[in-house]
Design a protein around this ligand. Structure first.
Ligand code: NAG
Ligand code: NAG
Length: 365
């Protein structure tokens, strides 16, 4: 830091020491956490190792099974690709009856359901949610990288569990479906009778994830862990933002599970908690670097940000539920060429009015 010369004096050494400490303090929040709030948010070494092992297993399982060519030799008669629904939750799955109806609208066995439920909250197990598969979960918290970990854990478990999972749809307990399962499946993978072709074309299946290069307070979000904390991997012009909820093709889910470099940066706790939404940055930033043409850049999950408060979107309540609302929510804002599949955020009292219009409105498409 300082040229050594014969004029070096104790003052220079003290100054060097002081500057070094200052540097550590400013740029190494992991070494010197700023208070307990941040220390709590660190992901423990054990959790990190557990995850690494899990992700490696998922990647090697997928690799060992081989790609499209080997999948037809697995012994399953007429295999079809499936959609894995990944529920990320820290409270009861109050809309399970609606999702149940959604899944029942499909006769074929074309989906799987995985749930990551925060172990800190006691969640009533909806045994009637078809095939709900509760994966080993760890604590999650807002404004922390734990939501990235939970999403990756869900994808890894789904990949290990069923080689036919081709798409991975992340939803929360506040999400609802806006269409029938058949509509969603056909839009993603084509008509079920010919969907097996997707195994051959999986190298080109698109992911549906929002990737935006402009957003309010984007720079605050970029420096939420301190100035330069994402460098050199992510200069500001490569930093992206997008909805937490996505539908990833398997090839991209595997890329995300292999990813280490950006994770090392994004797992660092934020200094500015008001600008800390790691899960809305990590996936869009990584995929826009790794495969910008492979993603839609828009989300299939609509959310109403009008009059949002403290980073929370508008939450719908039962008086607002109507067939018109469903039709309005389906319509994409940016282009008429696609329809939203899912919507959030809904309060538990919406279940009853939603069930009342489920068959005649939501699942009629
Ligand atoms: C639709 O687009 C307009 C203009 O771009 C924007 O102000 C509005 O918030 C959007 N609505 C939704 C529900 O995204
Ligand atoms: C979005 O939320 C606002 C209130 O925050 C509400 O007035 C508006 O109707 C909502 N838009 C839609 C499409 O539901």
């Amino acid at each position: 830091m300082f040229p050594s010369s014969s004029s070096s004096s104790p003052i220079v050494y003290s100054l060097t020491l002081f500057l070094s400490l200052l540097f550590l303090f400013l740029f190494s929040p992991r070494i010197i956490p700023h208070g307990n709030r941040h220390r709590e948010r660190l992901i423990s070494v054990q959790d990190e190792l557990d995850d690494l092992r899990l992700f490696r297993e998922a990647v090697s399982t997928a690799t060992a099974r081989g790609g499209s060519s080997k999948i037809s030799h697995l012994g399953t008669i007429n295999p079809k690709p499936k959609i894995a629904f990944l529920f990320l939750t820290n409270s009861d799955l109050v809309f399970a009856p609606l999702w149940q109806r959604f899944f029942e609208s499909s006769n074929d066995d074309l989906f799987n359901v995985y749930v990551h439920a925060d172990p800190a909250t006691k969640i009533a197990t909806p045994e009637w949610l078809i095939k709900a598969n509760f994966i080993p979960a760890k604590a999650t918290a807002r404004a922390s990288p734990t939501l990235i970990s939970a999403a990756r854990r869900l994808m890894a478990n789904a990949i290990i569990d069923d080689p036919f999972n081709m798409y991975f749809a992340l939803v929360s307990q506040h999400c609802i479906p806006l269409h029938s399962f058949k509509f969603v499946y056909t839009s993603l993978l084509g008509n079920p009778s010919s969907a097996h072709k997707a195994f051959l074309t999986q190298g080109s299946l698109k992911s549906y994830i929002e990737i935006l290069s402009e957003a309010p307070f984007l720079h605050n979000r970029y420096v939420a862990r301190g100035d330069g904390s994402l460098l050199p991997e992510i200069p500001f012009d490569k930093f992206r933002v997008g909805s937490q909820f996505f539908v990833l093709a398997k090839r991209h889910a595997l890329l995300v599970l292999r990813e280490r470099k950006l994770w090392r940066k994004f797992k660092v706790p934020c200094l500015d908690l008001d600008s800390c939404y790691p899960e809305e940055h990590y996936f869009p930033t990584f995929l826009s670097i790794a495969d910008p043409k492979g993603s839609s850049h828009y989300t299939l999950t609509i959310v109403n940000w009008t009059d949002s408060v403290d980073g929370h979107p508008h939450t719908y309540h039962s008086p607002e539920i109507s067939p018109d609302l469903i039709h309005m929510l389906r319509k994409s804002n940016t282009s008429s060429s696609y329809s939203y599949f899912f919507a959030r955020k809904f309060s538990p009292d919406c279940l009853k009015p939603l069930m009342e219009i489920a068959d005649d409105v939501i699942f009629r498409d």
